[in-house]
Each structure stands twice: as C-alpha cells, then as structure tokens.
Design a protein around this ligand. Structure first.
Ligand code: UDP
Ligand code: UDP
Length: 458
C-alpha cells in the first residue's frame, strides 16, 4: 500500500427488505463490518410486518449504539386480501426506495457504498448511478436459488421450456433443478413475488458485486458457474461471504436453554420452521404425535400463522392437555421466539428439523448440525437440495412441499428416529461444519472476499 495513502473508514449504507429472512443477514454483516472498522447507517421502513423484525432492530441498535438508524416512509401497495403480507411489503419497500435518495445524498460523512437487498436493486441502481455511490447486492438465499432468480426472465419468456408441466429446469452451468423444487408463484410472471424479482434482477449487472451468505465449498458448482459467465455473461463478481455469524443477543423468551442443560448430549431433535412458515393445524398435530412416537427427546417451536402478531392460539387449544402432559418428561414445546443460534450450539442438540430458510441452513452448516429438511414454500426446497448435496442433511422428498398432502405421524416417527441415529450423516455434517469454520477464519475464502471489498472502499 502507498504509505502516503491513509485508508479512510468506509461508510456503508445497509438497506434490507422485509421479514427476518432478509433482515438477519444485513444485521449480521453490519456487525462484521463494524468489527472491521467500517461506519454503518441502517435504513429500515417506519413500520415492519412482524414483531420479530422490530424487536431485532431494537436489540441491534442497543448493542451497537454507534450505528446510525434512519427510518423511511413507505408508500402502501394496494393488495388483495389473500396476498402474503411479506410479499406486499417487499413491493412497498421497493416502490419507496427512491425516497432514500435525499437521505443518501445529504450525509455529512459521504457514503462509500450501498449494500441493498435484491428486492430493491432497481431503484438503488438508479440512485447509485446518480450519486456515484457504488452498490452491492446482499443475497439472502442460496447461490443456487440466486442462479434461478437471475435466469428467471429468460425462463418466463420461454413457456415451452418452463411451465408447470416441465419436469426440470435447465440453468446453464448447473445440474438441472427438478420442477418440483420450483415454487409455484415463480411460474406465473404476474405473481407479486415473481414480478418483483424479474423487475429487480435486470439491475444486477450494474452492481459492483453480489455478496452471498454462503461459502465456496458448500456450493462449489454454483459459484463456479456464476463466476465463469455460464448463468449470465454480464454479472459482477459473485462473492461467498458466509456463513455470516450471529451478533450476541439475549432474546430467548422461552426456558429452552435451561431445559437443554438437563438433557444428555446430542439427544434432542430441535424442530423450528422459521419466522414465517406455518403448517396447517392438522399437520401440526401429526407432527406432534410423530415426534412423540419417534422415541426421541424434542424441542419443538410451534407456529400457526405467517405473521407473529396474529399467532394467538394457545398450545393447549392446539395440541390438547393430555398430549402436553404425556410428552413433558422428554420434550419442550413452546410457541414463542427462541434463540436458535444458542440452541444449535448447545451440546444436547443432535439434529435439526428445518423448513430450510437460508439463514437456518447457514446456522446449521456453521455448526455441522445434521438437518432433516422439510421445505414448505419459496426457495426452501432448492435450499434443501443444496444442503443434501453438501452432506449436511437429508431431504425427505415424499413429504412434498407446503400442504401438498398430510404427512402422517407414522412416517414422521420412523424418519425422525432414523435421522437421529444416522452416524454417517452426523460425520458428514461435522465435515461441513469444519469447512464452514475454515471459510470464515482469518484468511479463509469468505474472510478474504469481505476484506477485499473493505480494502476497495477504504
Ligand atoms: N429464528 C430464531 N428463533 C425463532 C425463529 C427463527 O432465532 O424462533 C431465526 C433463525 O435463527 C433465522 C431467522 O430467524 O436466523 C429465520 O430466517 P430463515 O431464513 O431461516 O427463515 P424464514 O424465517 O425467513 O423463513
Ligand atoms: N393420537 C394420535 N397418535 C398418538 C396418540 C394420540 O394420533 O400417538 C390422537 C388420538 O387418536 C386422539 C388425539 O391424538 O385423537 C389426542 O390424543 P391424546 O392421547 O393426546 O389425548 P386424548 O384425547 O387421548 O386424551
């Protein structure tokens, strides 16, 4: 480095989209950048959809008071009654992102870069060009699902190659994806989610880089295809920077951790379908009896509605008192937010039944925790395939997606018991954990990628 050049502290604007799945990687990268001497301004809409989001933003700001927080108004989007409130909020944030322009241009300490979500890329690209602030896109899903989204505009313009009747989807440079793994909304270009993605991926080539919360060894084929111009020939560099680590937060509302302290090593199967994925009440009941009949100890976080503010039904009402009484000597069943990172780290946890939201997958990968994948919607089945190929877990394909069919308690009991006793899987998952740790340690592939960006911006 030229000795006369004193590196300046990069000032980075972080602009997440809606929902915990999108907020989480932004808060994690913020904590990482702060530890590397960057200055952070966090932009969030004035109102969030879930309590989990507003709680986490508050926790984060209390922990890092040096972060500047700017809230912006969002222009409401007309939505029909049955649309997913998170999809509606994605669209509203995207439509309102131009309101960030004055906030980005008037900072007394000029911005060195903007890190935005894929779902705001189009408006941020325009602001970035206008204000000459480089922008990077932080991706909150797998590199494989990213490849699918990047290729979606081509797919939807070729209905003979991409329709509900196709058996697989060909993306150049990648092993074909089974059509069964593609979420239905994506097959309809007019769907709120598909149209938001198509609208925004067109601006990706203007970004300075695409950051993915994944690591090279976890998705080697995909990173190679993306960076060798196979998927699209005009992409900026795609940089694996994960698994992003949690910043320390004390937000366990349950007694789960003290309960785990009293359980034998690796004896507990942890069941959690993330922050916004609810099963039908019938499926929840079958799952409960299946877990009971598996003979395993279990820690189960039950969720009955997409938005946490609406989750009102009590456990007794849902599962019955006799069920709760019967399982209480070997299980902890809760209906509140738990500290998943701490649960996955606990020595008593031996396996994770997950919907495969990408944050959950990366959290399991970081700890070499075996996953029994039960994807329900969105990118989850593609993510489940990624983790199965990497050796972290198994995907029980016969269980289908969403509420395609009622998976019976006998099937669940058998699969869960096999899963918890699968020594080979446990060993494979441990190796994934070692690779994840190497990627983020000093000089590892993900660490180098993030350091290169910081140096560029200094
Ligand atoms: N999470 C948690 N406790 C809960 C539910 C979720 O800590 O009770 C966290 C989880 O660790 C993850 C995030 O919330 O970091 C959920 O993101 P993910 O991408 O896994 O799934 P989504 O909720 O977006 O479907
Ligand atoms: N049940 C089940 N599998 C089991 C145990 C119970 O499907 O392993 C069903 C049972 O048939 C009943 C409901 O779950 O319809 C409630 O059973 P539980 O033993 O929890 O309470 P009960 O109503 O028998 O007091």
């Amino acid at each position: 480095m030229d000795p006369s050049h004193t590196p300046k502290k990069p000032h980075i604007a972080l602009i997440p989209s809606a929902g915990m799945g999108h907020l989480t990687p932004f808060l994690r990268i913020a904590s990482l950048l702060l530890s590397r001497n960057c200055i952070i301004t966090l932009f969030t809409p004035k109102s969030t959809i879930s309590n989990a989001e507003s709680d986490h933003i508050s926790f984060f700001l209390t922990k890092y008071p040096q972060v500047k927080h700017l809230e912006f108004d969002i222009i409401p989007v007309q939505a029909s009654g049955n649309q997913d409130p998170f999809f509606v909020q994605y669209k509203a944030i995207s439509r309102s992102s131009h309101l960030l322009r004055p906030l980005l241009s008037s900072s007394p300490y000029p911005f060195s870069a903007i890190f935005c979500d894929l779902l705001t890329a189009r408006s941020i690209a325009a602001i970035s060009a206008d204000l000459s602030i480089p922008y990077y896109v932080l991706i909150s899903t797998s590199a494989k699902f990213l490849s699918f989204m990047l290729y979606l505009p081509f797919l939807v313009s070729n209905p003979d190659k991409f329709s509900i009747n196709s058996t697989e989807v060909q993306i150049p440079g990648l092993t074909p994806l089974p059509m069964k793994s593609i979420p239905l909304p994506f097959v309809n270009p007019n769907h709120l989610l598909a149209s938001s993605i198509i609208e925004n991926v067109g601006s990706i080539p203007e970004a300075k880089g695409i950051l993915v919360n994944s690591f090279k060894q976890f998705e080697a084929e995909t990173f190679s295809a993306l960076n060798n111009c196979k998927v699209l020939n005009n992409l900026p560099q795609v940089l694996p920077i994960g698994p992003l680590q949690a910043y320390d937060i004390e937000n366990d509302e349950s007694q789960c951790l003290s309960w785990l302290d009293n359980q034998p090593e690796k004896s507990v199967v942890y069941v959690n379908f993330g922050s916004r994925t609810a099963m039908s009440n019938d499926q929840i009941k079958e799952l409960g009896h299946g877990l009971d009949r598996s003979g395993c100890r279990f820690l189960w976080v039950v969720k009955t509605s997409t938005v946490d503010k609406e989750d009102k039904e009590g456990l007794e009402e849902l599962l019955g008192n006799s069920f709760l009484e019967r399982v209480k000597s070997k299980a902890m069943v809760v209906k509140s937010w738990v500290n998943q990172e701490k649960i996955l780290e606990h020595s008593a946890t031996g396996g994770f039944i997950s919907h495969c939201g990408w944050n959950s997958v990366t959290e399991a990968a970081a700890r070499g925790m075996p996953v029994l994948a039960w994807p329900i919607h969105g990118d989850q089945r593609v993510n489940a395939e990624v983790l199965q190929e990497a050796g972290l877990g198994i995907l029980e394909k016969t269980w289908g997606m969403g509420n395609e069919r009622l998976v019976k308690q006998e099937e669940i009991a058998k699969r869960v018991s096999e899963f918890m006793n699968d020594v080979e899987l446990r060993n494979r998952a441990m190796k994934v954990g070692e690779e994840a740790r190497k990627a983020i340690e000093h000089g590892g592939s993900s660490d180098k990628a993030i350091m290169e960006i910081i140096e560029k911006l200094s």
